[in-house]
Write a protein that binds this ligand. Structure first.
Ligand SMILES: Nc1ncnc2c1ncn2[C@@H]1O[C@H](COP(=O)(O)OP(=O)(O)OP(=O)(O)O)[C@@H](O)[C@H]1O
Ligand SMILES: [Mg+2]
Length: 657
């Protein structure tokens, strides 16, 4: 007798459940997607015990007739596709016909549903894949699915679940993001004890962000919106002999992207705050992640990540959603096109916004920022129509508080001792009559002494404002203090110059060779075998960047010329650093990246150092040169260059407003 047998449906469902249902959030994802596919406009989610005890989704969608309700729990039963061709053009979130049978095989499920064509509804109870009860009942239109005791019959999986609070945060994050993706729909999320999110329909995505996270968060984000016509490259077509007379070749359609990306000063330590929707499907995609990293190259450090909420829309024929059982990945037909489109659109949005970091980035300390970032807090934000959205803490997810790392500046205390100011620095100019902020205007705020302070210009701080900066002096011969009508600015002289040089070197490199300066004596540098290999690969590029380096024996190179501005004592260190960076096996480097690395390294070594006194005209020159750069807000390594203490913040600090 043979040894092979076909597994029963019961076992097959459990296997499928292993792929589809990993944790409570995966159940909720499937239920939410089903509700959205059913055309629901109101979706209410109830959670108990971090989803282990109960996950219930109630919607006002199309509901199911009795027969469909029974079929829905059969494997590969779906109303969304019919044949294999449909797989090439999936326009619903679900299509596999696997979610409900998978969930039904590892939990106790109660389905209550009524379709408009039926006078009464159907109640169906399933536990561990077995139907326990089917009944008729008077029910409202739509569907309610309650999933109880997840993994009750697979204790091993239950053990893998994290603490209730962790699972709850995943669930909350999921609902938040589906709510963000569908602003025109009503979403509610309730835990056993409180209403965690109530978001009434609003018109736009930014209204939704405002509704859920508040104005402060919205101000942290830069809107992205771009579109382009797709070329008709290789779109599947029937062969000529199968085409009708009136056959029209497929239209390529458009690719569009919209959403929000964070300003450079908002940095996260992991990718958990990057949310990408492709045709309204929440996915994790390495290609788009990579495009984002590229867009932020030289704007934020490579070790940190932005906050991103991006919606990519393209014809369904251009995306294959049938890649992963949990439908969290897609494959693009034209991968590099999508990659470059996302990279360029995000980059362009960042360049256009040219945002300037402010002194205070303590979003977590500001109650109006992302609601509920303090544990357990329940904040209310009013939506456009006056309804209230509330949101709990979302640890590790779309939590917009800056990462606790040194790149983020602390709130500056304007108590004399907090900022050591050089004795001779011209800070006495700050606030002196004649400076822009003291001219009275309409809407001015009188102070108690009868003096009048002009309203701060309402515009978002923009790098253009740098052009009007007036340097006052240096703090510790390292940070330039400057003022303009926007407020008080501090500029890190080293990174500012680094940014100026970086862009100049890249420009020079693209036109001709970068200027080099001859060393008095060739500098001999010994290389490791790995460094030798990298040297062989990038020596031509080094030459074009102002280096003249020759092999000298087997393990040594002689540096005869180095890029202008780099001190002789720095040359060896710089060269070795470059060889190590370009040889990092973790990073796939192309020529463009290598150029960027070299330019960043030269800029860093040639830039004005800290602890260096600068004359007035030098400071003026530096600020002007900085204002002319493409990206004055951060250095090539992604650190902030300037900080602004706005007039409003100064007024607040002095309790004038
Ligand atoms: N909330 C709902 N409202 C109306 N019909 C629903 C709802 N949820 C499920 N259905 C019906 O049940 C069917 C089976 O759902 P199920 O989630 O198992 O599969 P699917 O959504 O078709 O595909 P996938 O497995 O990819 O999610 C759906 O095709 C749909 O017709
Ligand atoms: Mg489904």
């Amino acid at each position: 007798m043979g040894r092979i047998h076909v597994l029963s449906d019961h076992v097959a469902n459990k296997i499928a459940a292993g792929e589809v249902v990993e944790r409570p959030a995966s159940v909720l994802k499937e239920l939410l997607e089903n509700s959205l596919d059913a055309g629901a406009t109101r979706i209410k989610v109830q959670i108990e015990g971090g989803g282990k005890k109960l996950i219930q989704v109630v919607d006002d969608g199309c509901g199911m007739v009795r027969d469909d309700a029974l079929l829905a729990f059969e494997r590969h039963a779906t109303s969304k596709i019919k044949d294999a061709d449909d797989l090439l053009n999936i326009h619903t979130l679900g299509f596999r016909g696997e979610a409900l049978p998978s969930i039904g095989s590892v939990a106790r499920v109660l389905l209550e549903t009524r379709a408009p064509e039926d006078a009464s509804g159907t109640v169906l109870e399933i536990a561990g894949g077995k139907i326990l009860r089917v009944e008729e009942a008077g029910l409202p239109l739509g569907t309610s699915i309650a999933v109880r005791d997840l993994f009750f019959n697979t204790p091993a999986r239950r053990k893998f679940l994290k603490a209730e609070s962790t699972e709850l945060s995943h669930l909350a994050s999921l609902v938040t993001h589906y709510a963000l993706a569908n602003p025109e729909k009503h979403f509610e999320l309730h835990s056993a004890t409180n209403a965690m999110l109530i978001a009434a329909p609003v018109e736009t995505h930014s209204d939704r962000i405002y509704q859920i996270f508040g104005r402060e968060t919205l101000d942290q984000l830069v809107p992205v919106a771009a579109g382009m016509k797709l070329e008709r490259v290789g779109i599947p077509e029937p062969p000529p002999w199968r085409r009708d007379e009136d056959y029209e070749p497929p239209v390529a359609g458009d690719i569009r992207v919209h959403g929000f990306v964070s300003k450079p000063e908002l940095q996260k330590l992991n990718r958990n705050s990057i949310f990408i929707f492709v045709n309204n499907r929440l996915i994790r995609d390495r290609l788009v992640q990579h495009a984002l990293t590229e867009a932020y190259r030289n704007i934020i450090p490579p070790t940190v990540f932005p906050v991103v909420l991006l919606f990519l829309e393209l014809p369904n024929t251009e995306v294959d959603a049938n890649v992963h059982p949990s439908k969290t990945e897609v494959r693009f037909r034209q991968q590099s096109l999508v990659h470059d489109f996302v990279r360029d659109s995000v980059r362009a949005a960042l360049m256009k916004a040219r945002p300037v970091p402010q002194f205070t980035r303590e979003i977590h300390a500001q109650p109006t920022a992302a609601p509920g970032f303090s544990p357990g807090a329940l904040q209310a934000e009013h939506s456009a129509d006056g309804s209230v959205a509330t949101m709990p803490q979302l640890p590790g997810e779309f939590a917009l508080q800056p990462a606790p790392q040194p790149l983020i500046t602390e709130r500056l205390q304007f108590a004399g001792e907090s900022i050591p100011v050089e004795a001779n620095a011209a800070v006495s100019g700050f606030g002196a009559p004649g400076h822009a902020t003291v001219a009275p205007t309409n809407g001015a705020i009188p102070d108690t002494c009868g003096n009048v302070l002009a309203d701060e210009p309402q515009a978002v701080p923009d790098a253009l404002a740098l052009a009007s900066l007036k340097p006052l002096g240096q703090v510790r011969e390292s940070f330039i203090l400057a003022i303009n009508a926007d407020g008080l600015w501090i500029i890190d002289q080293h990174v500012a110059h680094e940014r100026v040089l970086f862009e100049r070197i890249l420009r020079e490199r693209s036109q001709a060779a970068v200027e080099g300066q001859r060393m008095l004596m060739p500098l001999l540098v010994e290389l490791t075998p790995a460094q030798q290999a990298v040297f062989a690969e990038i020596s031509e590029e080094l030459r074009r960047n102002g280096f003249e380096v020759e092999l000298f024996g087997t393990r040594t190179v002689a540096v005869k010329t180095a890029p202008a501005g780099v001190e002789t004592s720095d040359v060896e260190k710089m060269l070795l650093e470059l060889l190590d960076q370009c040889g990092d096996p973790e990073q796939q480097l192309n020529l463009e990246k290598i150029r960027g690395r070299i330019a960043a390294s030269i800029a860093c070594h040639a830039a004005i150092k800290i602890n260096m006194p600068l004359e007035q005209h030098k400071m003026e020159w530096l600020l002007k040169a900085l204002s002319e750069t493409e990206c004055p807000m951060s250095c090539p390594h992604g650190r902030p260059v300037v900080l602004r203490y706005s007039v409003k913040e100064i007024q607040k600090a002095f309790k004038r407003i």
